[in-house]
Design a protein around this ligand. Sequence first.
Ligand code: 2P0
Length: 346
Amino acid sequence: MSEVLHTHWKSPSNIALIKYWGKTGHQIPCNPSLSITLDQAHTDTRIEALPKQGDFPEPELYFEGKRNLPFETKILGFFQQISERLPVVTSHKLLIHSENSFPHSAGIASSASAMSALALGLCELQRQLDGGARDAAFFALASDIARLGSGSASRSVYGGLVSWGKHADLPESSDEVAAPLPFEVHEVFTKLHDDILILDRSPKKVSSRAGHGLMKGNLFSEVRFKQAHQHFSELLEALKTGDWDRFIAITESEALSLHAMMLTSNPPYLLIQPETVKIIKELQDFRQQSGLPVCFTLDAGPNVHLIYPDTCREKVQELLSMWQNDSSFSFEVLPDVMGKGPICLK
Ligand code: 2P0
């Protein structure tokens, strides 16, 4: 192999409604999860594949223009895992240039967009060598490869509402690959917003990787996995029937259960902050008074995601402006919406 290859993929982040928290084996989730793929928050990754240098050529990784050695070490380990399925990682030396559309430590799952963009780029290189179409099998392989890099990244390979992990209600579902929901959701869920309220940009004290690991010793883990299965069934039903009340109840319960797992880990830890709780309570009061279908979810951090349909956009904007003019609140907003999924730019 001596040709120089190029790829360029842009892949979005996602926010889970049913949370993946706890894994086993090689990145196998302990329960199914379901997420909204975002639109604005994405990673842009270009890969240049040069003719082979050395037995297992070490990749070079440039993040936002600067070489990043810690990421390179992580990527080398990832390449060793996937080299049988994507031999391009050993037949070529890869120069990877990656950029995020969103600020550092903004409470957006950067591993989801970064690892899905990388996986799509690697599958694209292999496709250039082997031929073949960018078909369903291509995206399934990219989702599987992305999962090995970061679990939540498996879902970012697809747009819209995406599930990952085996669940009895979706016979085709799999622990290895994610897939878009195999039915049309009710029209009230077709235009979703996710306004991300950034309360704190400091790096997390406990990484998600460590958090997943702590589920092994958590006395409540089995009950939690059962709850996620139950919530998954109920959310599918709500999405089919257009039931916002049920959607809200499940989404908020999932967010709080995720953080309850952190509180009950050994050792326990706390990622939410007083401001997180304040916003949640104010939002719930607003919902009760206005009757509007707006709810919150949380990622593994203190920042609050507001999920609502397009029909509520103006009212939610008014609420956020009011909060931002009130000195007892302090946050920035990153507005986003449900998006169509990754794009190949080259
Ligand atoms: C999720 N999160 O479903 C859950 C909810 C955060 C909270 O998946 O170890 O970065 O790379 O597989 O995917 C964050 O964990 O973990 C996560 P790894 P990942 O989105």
